[in-house]
Design a protein around this ligand. Structure first.
Ligand code: SAH
Length: 648
């Protein structure tokens, strides 16, 4: 855990804002405490991963006699001590700064005796990815009594089989067709890639932002497996199999999955991650710390309507993966040794899901093809600088056509394992580069402008460029817009009190860590998952001319953005547009403002930069609201970073 990591801070704030979760935990904890009390026992609580101490404070308020609050992360444990004290629970709650597996029980131990109530919130979107299973397994063996009450009582994982070209494009490379002068050429991926099982890392997304037109449901929702947390838990690898009857013909490609937790044994207090088509939208609680999972089947499988198929979930201690079979395989649950998927083709290690999606985006490819056709000549010598790019292959098919028949592709494309600054003439066989290409894309880029690395690389190879070199893209521009978020603002807004408990210490910690970083930084978010509306027109704020070398001096701009719509100015969004040639560009940000309410549509493959304002101006409430936001933005060529300042 890194306290300064954006995702970590956001997760905590987001959990505390998750009203549905908090209310249900409180109900479940109250019910568990009363069940224990009814049996005439003292209620001794073990809260593993206490964070702010919230769930322990709930338990203490519900009448628990004593709570052991275990937290491995030191800054969090310190915060928990302060919060517990501030809320007056110091005599009822003992914060233990340890990993739960290090906790000792006994007269001289961390805990005087074993607990009879086990409370945790150790779940991620995949349920088990944060190590809930081994933690429970250990706790049942060493830290809690037999027959203890657990909140949550049980978790259940649900699945639904779907076909989705959009989601499938995140995992396989589709054939690319290139309209060359001598006919259509199809670029296909090698067979290792076709048959590669991919990587086991979970693909978690805000499935509620996936329009129903982007997938076809092939089966009903079924229960895949559940875990009873009040009984001993086994974390060892295992598998679960269910029979499905398809409700439509199609290609089985994707397993969508989510879970719910029952806070009590009766199942009356249920907290679910089910997406919009499974439960009424009025019941949807927005949250970012728990989303939904997309699993890619190893291969797509055609199915007819009413066909019976078998879906198997395999899991190890921390992750889950799926397989679909037409006939039931005799599997011995006791010794499953099905290996988790391992990428054999390398592509899944090089390209993440959104990168696959980007490479499969036909419209985008068309822009590159169109501009390559304009700039390439048969004798062009091209140098492409980008990570895992298909541009060289496209360039080859379009440009050097007459060589194609005589030679294999590998003779025409040379992969140079050199950094741009250490490129020598011999790498280039003493040729000068006539066309310098980049998407640009680099796997290490987090924020949109990090791909300006292309500009630095271009500067480093200047001596190898022909005097009339064409650089594609010829330039980039940075665009900015003021927005109101539907939900994303929560991850940055202070919590104050949570279910009546004062958690301002946590708010202060987050604020201090932001101030420490001067809070002048933007953070990356894939905005197609986070609805927002535009309050200003988009504006171009900086341009970067790749035809020239990186300048010595800073590039800066000042100006203002007029607020055209009423709403809460939560922040500014920034994105890059790459101008491949004078009249062709690729946009990585705003694609459209879809209606007069200002709803935005974003490039679905890219993350945009979000700069949250420290104070939010609500023009609906304030009558003297400013009509514009002024900005000062600066690109420092020494660091490659962009800093900004706003006045509302
Ligand atoms: N219980 C809090 C926080 C949940 S976040 C709430 O519901 O608001 C989970 C926390 O558990 C994190 O702070 C993490 O550091 C901690 N954690 C995870 N596994 C743990 C373990 N086995 N032992 C101790 N702490 C753990």
């Amino acid at each position: 855990f890194d306290w300064n990591s954006v995702s970590f801070r956001s997760r905590y704030a987001d959990m505390l804002h998750d009203k549905d979760r908090n209310v249900k935990y409180y109900q479940g904890i109250r019910a568990a405490v009363s069940r224990v009390k009814e049996r005439g026992e003292k209620a001794i609580v073990l809260d593993i991963g206490t964070g702010t101490g919230l769930l322990s404070m709930m338990a203490a308020s519900a009448g628990a006699d004593f709570c052991y609050a275990v937290e491995v992360f030191k800054p969090m444990a310190n915060a928990a001590v302060k919060i517990v004290e501030k809320n007056g629970f110091s005599d009822k709650i003992k914060v233990i700064n340890k990993h739960s597996t290090e906790v000792t029980v006994g007269p001289d131990g961390d805990m005087q005796c074993r607990a009879n109530i086990l409370v945790t919130e150790l779940f991620d979107t995949e349920l088990i990815g944060e190590g809930a299973l081994p933690t429970y397994e250990h706790a049942h063996k060493h830290l809690v009594q037999e027959g203890c009450e657990a909140v949550p009582h049980r978790a259940t994982v649900y699945v639904q089989l779907v076909e989705s070209k959009r989601m499938w494009s995140w995992n396989k490379l589709f054939p690319v067709s290139v309209e060359a002068e001598d006919g259509e050429k199809i670029i296909v991926s090698p067979s290792e890639m076709e048959n590669c099982p991919g990587v086991p890392s979970v693909c978690d997304i805000q499935l509620n932002q996936m329009p129903s037109s982007d997938f076809t449901i092939l089966s009903d929702v079924v229960t895949m497996f559940s875990v009873d947390f009040s009984k001993p838990v086994r974390s060892a690898s295992t598998c679960y199999s269910v029979q499905l009857e398809t409700v439509k013909p199609g290609k089985a490609q994707i397993v969508l999955s989510w879970w719910d937790i029952d806070m009590d044994p009766s199942g009356k207090i249920n907290c679910t991650m089910a997406p919009y088509w499974v439960k009424p939208t009025s019941a949807l609680q927005w949250r970012d710390h728990w989303m939904q999972c997309v699993y890619f089947l190893p291969n797509e499988e055609p199915v007819f309507q009413g066909e019976k198929v078998y879906l198997t979930a395999y899991r190890d201690e921390y992750s889950v993966w799926y397989k679909l079979q037409k006939a039931r395989e005799k599997e011995n649950k006791a010794d499953v040794h099905v290996e988790s998927p391992v990428c054999r083709c390398q592509a899944h290690l090089l390209w993440n899901r959104s990168r696959f999606g980007e490479l499969n985006d036909q419209n985008r490819t068309c822009q590159y093809i169109k501009s390559l056709m304009k700039v390439l000549k048969t004798d062009s010598v091209c140098l492409c600088i980008s990570d895992g790019s298909l541009l060289p292959v496209l360039a080859h098919y379009i440009g050097a056509k007459q060589f194609l028949k005589a030679n294999h592709l590998e003779d025409k494309i040379k992969i140079l394992e050199a950094r741009p600054e250490s490129l020598t003439s011999s790498h280039l066989e003493d040729k000068k580069i006539s066309v310098l290409l980049g998407e640009p894309f680099f796997t290490t880029s987090l924020l949109p402008w990090h791909n300006l690395y292309f500009w630095y690389a271009r500067t480093a190879v200047t001596m190898h460029l022909a005097s009339d070199v064409t650089v594609l893209p010829q330039s980039a521009s940075l665009h900015m817009m003021i927005v109101e978020f539907q939900d994303l603002w929560r991850i940055r807004s202070p919590c104050g009190t949570c279910e009546g408990f004062d958690v301002r210490t946590m708010d202060d910690m987050i604020k201090n860590s932001l101030n420490f970083r001067e809070s002048k930084e933007a953070e990356p978010h894939p905005l197609w998952e986070y609805p927002c509306k535009s309050l200003s027109d988009p504006q171009e704020v900086l341009t970067f001319d790749f035809r020239r070398t990186v300048p010595q001096h800073c590039l800066s701009a000042e100006g203002s953005l007029n607020l055209l719509r009423k709403g809460k100015s939560h922040g500014a969004v920034l994105w890059m547009e790459y101008h491949l040639t004078a009249d062709t560009s690729v946009n990585t940000g705003l694609t459209q403002i879809s209606n007069d309410k200002g709803n935005c549509e974003w490039n679905p493959h890219c993350k945009q930069a979000v700069y949250f304002f420290s104070t939010v101006i609500d023009s609906e409430i304030q009558t003297d609201f400013p009509s514009a936001v002024t900005y000062a933005i600066n690109f420092n060529p020494k660091t490659g970073e962009i800093t900004m300042d706003f006045k509302l």
